[in-house]
Design a protein around this ligand. Structure first.
Ligand code: CO8
Length: 262
């Protein structure tokens, strides 16, 4: 499928690489981009050769938020009837159903909807140029795609409250210290590092990878008791997989495992 606002590439090793491509608007999330990103994610989810996905804006900017020029002039009733920003098949609904791990590779600004997009991915790798923020308050609104909820869970109430109330940005080092990003790398290595991390994941047993993603998301969204119960059942279930038998046998034999389901 041809996209106007994205570049999509399937890399050797089973990695789907999606690059947001509206440099003239700092990759602002226009309605078209949000729809195309949803379609691209679902296409990579359906591609049996792909085991993990990377979303990036390239080495200069991730995304400067929802496209303010798209939203300007819209009335409450327009947004309410459309259930904006959740439109069926768009990136927000796609990220809820994609079972393959999705890594955000962030350089430069990840603001507003851009920060929300990064946080909606499974984890964030950042270049040291990354700047995260929820500046919606400065234009008279608030985050609408999960920003107040995910940021609070990821960095705690105090930082989330300050960021959403003042619109201040957090640089890459503060984001790493606060648990918003998993690692910081130099900008030139960002995409390479994200693709190589995704390649490692894509080489593992797919059903086990999906179970891990599901279990961590239960921890993120639910109670500890519910999460521990879920994890125990998922752990037991892996013993029904040939990949689990192979993984343990390979350890005992002191060789690399050959996973069947990848
Ligand atoms: N929307 C539309 N266009 C944008 C946006 C944006 N969010 N951000 C930048 N642009 C455009 C600018 O208008 C400019 O275009 P032009 O050259 O035609 O004037 C071009 O990108 C370059 O931008 P600047 O000249 O402003 O570049 P600077 O380097 O001077 O500044 C900033 C960079 C600081 C990032 C600045 O552009 C800025 O403040 N942008 C807006 C950031 C913002 O407020 N983001 C939050 C938007 S609201 C939001 O995200 C709500 C989320 C709701 C749910 C998600 C739905 C998808």
């Amino acid at each position: 499928m041809a996209y106007e606002t994205l570049l999509v590439d399937v890399r050797p090793g089973g990695v789907g690489l999606i690059t947001l491509n509206r440099p003239q608007a700092l990759n602002a999330l226009s309605a078209q981009l949000v729809r195309e990103l949803g379609a691209a994610l679902l296409a990579l989810e359906a591609d049996a050769d792909v085991g993990a996905i990377v979303i990036t804006g390239g080495t200069r900017v991730f995304a400067a938020g929802a496209d303010i020029k798209d939203m300007e002039g819209k009335a409450y009733v327009d947004l309410f009837l459309a259930d904006f920003p959740h439109v069926r098949g768009d990136v927000w609904t796609a990220l809820d159903v994609v079972r393959k791990p999705v890594i955000a590779a962030v350089a430069g600004f990840a603001l507003g909807g851009g920060c929300e997009l990064a946080m909606a991915c499974d984890f964030i790798l950042a270049a040291d140029t990354a700047k995260f923020g929820q500046p919606e308050i400065a234009i008279g609104t608030l985050p609408g795609a999960g920003g107040t909820q995910r940021l609070t869970r990821l960095v705690g109430k105090s930082k989330a409250m300050e960021m959403c109330l003042t619109g201040r940005t957090m640089d890459a080092r503060e984001a790493e210290r606060s648990g918003l990003v998993s690692r910081v790398v130099v900008p030139e290595l960002l995409i390479e590092e994200a693709v190589s991390t995704a390649t490692k994941i894509a080489a593992l047993s797919r059903p086990v990878v999906w179970a891990v993603k599901e279990a961590v998301n239960v921890a993120y969204e639910g109670s500890l008791a519910e999460g521990r119960r879920f994890e125990r059942r998922a752990f037991e279930a892996t013993f029904a997989l040939q990949d689990c038998v192979e993984g343990m046998q390979a350890f005992v034999d002191k060789r690399k495992p050959v996973f069947r389901h990848r």
